[in-house]
Design a protein around this ligand. Structure first.
Ligand code: GRF
Length: 227
């Protein structure tokens, strides 16, 4: 486990700028763009980057007037080189927070060090259960009765950083990977903008792995389905 600081984290109060990294469909990107447009999220998506040219997330970004860039991994000598280019692009654009939204690449040291505790990810299970690929299939095959979505800070180990918010959904007897994924996705779309808002609000602390919000020790970080 990495070392986590206990001092309160604050981000600039105005002009908070997000970057979203995608590889595919981009429905979570869309939920962030929509929350920002509805002023539910006091932040702007400044840039979208994809490692796949055909990612629909790139078209969604362009349709919203957001700078969108495809970075072909094969053009770089390795992961660190790729991450250094992303770091430079995002620093040049004064990005405060990076949101991974279906980004199918591991994040390496250059990006983690340039944005310490400033990278979020959404994962379609209740972590630490079912990290990695095909989380919904893993949950079904394991036979759990409850699964859900997690937004967490990104650390060097895959799907391992401190948990910011979780939402649970039931697993039904008739579920397929598709129906369970759809139920979880509804929660992802609610959870991600809310978690971004919490992180941007600042004042939170990390106690070990625990993400502790200011002055709300009695509250829950599980969003109830439909609430
Ligand atoms: C989501 O299920 C997310 O949890 C996972 O990848 C999927 C991305 O979907 N990491 P989308 O591209 O945001 O529609």
């Amino acid at each position: 486990m990495g070392t986590y600081e206990t001092r309160p984290h604050f981000l600039p109060v105005v002009n908070r700028r997000l970057a979203v990294l995608v590889s595919g469909r981009g429905s979570n990107l869309q939920s962030i763009i929509d929350a920002s447009a509805r002023a539910e999220l006091d932040a702007t998506v400044a840039m979208v980057i994809s490692n796949r040219a055909e990612a629909h997330g790139l078209s969604r970004a362009r349709a919203a007037g957001i700078e969108a860039m495809y970075l072909r991994p094969g053009d770089y000598s390795g992961r660190d080189d790729y991450d250094r280019v992303i770091t430079r692009l995002l620093k040049d654009r004064d990005v405060d927070l990076i949101c991974l939204a279906g980004f199918m690449r591991r994040i390496g040291a250059p990006l983690l060090e340039a944005f310490p505790n400033r990278i979020l990810n959404v994962h379609p299970s209740l972590l630490p259960a079912f990290p990695g690929l095909d989380a919904q299939r893993q949950a079904l095959e394991h036979g759990v009765c409850v699964s859900g979505a997690t937004v967490h800070l990104v650390a060097s180990e895959l799907d391992s950083g401190p948990i910011v918010l979780q939402a649970a959904v039931p697993v039904l007897d008739a579920d397929t990977v598709e129906t369970l994924s759809a139920r979880i996705l509804v929660e992802e779309h609610r959870l991600y903008p809310e978690a971004i808002r919490l992180v941007l609000e600042g004042g939170w602390e990390l106690h070990g792995r625990r993400f502790i919000r200011p002055r709300d020790g009695a509250s829950t970080r599980q969003l109830q389905a439909g609430s």
